[in-house]
Design a protein around this ligand. Structure first.
Ligand code: 13P
Length: 252
């Protein structure tokens, strides 16, 4: 059985105090999370340390939203994978469409970030997904294939075994426009097929999350699909009750 992972990407939201409160709110409702669902939160760097500390003993795992492409040195404003890992943080989101779009992240940068993440035992949550015009032009399979081949295909089988993938269609992020469960299933199965071309049967164990306007109202339908193994949740992860309710989509 594949793992199920529901992760909250807080993006550039919450002050440190609000972040710790949000973590505590989620922790207070962890008994309502269906068995076998791993819960992850990804706060901003400023309170990664405080949230990681507050998460100890709650069963909630912590992720960074990004890491530097280099190990250390004169890179003003950057945060290294080693710094992140030293806080007890287990995951790092890499290649989010907002970072590709606003900060120019390319496959070349992401390959370097992957190296840093694995060197420090962080589990990457690698994001892929097409823009609206790419879907409308019928290019979504090609776009996602390239994003997978150019980065994931460079991993060793041992590294690949730990990888989490998040399919996030750019047109569904923060727009209230969710992919239908059939659209999600179609492309998740496609991604798994591409992974299998390189890694064989191991692709059956890869967690592929869906992200993009997932919320308590649509999570059960999305998670009912065989290749949708969880969610990467933005807006709906900023309220403890909503985040828990999304995870409960796995009960239905
Ligand atoms: P929303 O859930 O706010 O659409 O964001 C999705 C996302 O980008 C998670 O990484």
């Amino acid at each position: 059985m594949r793992k199920k992972i529901v992760a909250g990407n807080w993006k550039m939201n919450t002050t440190p105090a609000e972040g710790v409160e949000l973590l505590k709110g989620i922790a207070a409702q962890m008994s309502e999370v269906p068995q076998g669902v791993t819960m992850v939160v990804a706060p901003p760097f400023t309170h990664l340390s405080m949230v990681a500390e507050a998460a100890k003993g709650t069963g909630i795992h912590v992720s960074a939203q990004n890491c530097a492409a280099e190990a250390k040195g004169a890179y003003t404003g950057e945060v290294s994978a080693q710094m992140i890992a030293s806080l007890g943080v287990e995951y790092v989101i890499l290649g989010h469409s907002e970072r590709r779009q606003y900060y120019g992240e390319t496959s070349e940068t992401l390959n370097k970030k992957m190296v840093q993440a694995y060197a420090n035992n962080l589990i990457p949550i690698y994001c892929v997904g097409e823009k609206l015009e790419e879907r409308e032009a019928g290019k979504h399979f090609d776009v996602v294939r390239s994003q997978v081949e150019e980065v994931v295909f460079n991993l060793t089988p041992e590294q690949f075994a730990k990888l989490v993938i998040a399919y996030e269609p750019v047109w569904a992020i923060g727009t209230g426009k969710t992919a239908t469960s059939d659209q999600a299933q179609e492309i998740h199965a496609f991604i798994r097929g591409v992974l299998a071309e390189k890694f064989g049967a191991a692709a059956q164990d890869t967690v592929i999350q869906y992200g993009g306007s997932a919320n308590p109202g649509n999570a059960a339908e999305l998670f009912s699909k065989p290749d949708v193994d969880g969610g990467l949740i933005g807006g709906a992860s900023l309220k403890a009750g909503d985040f828990i309710a999304v995870a409960q989509g796995f009960k239905a």
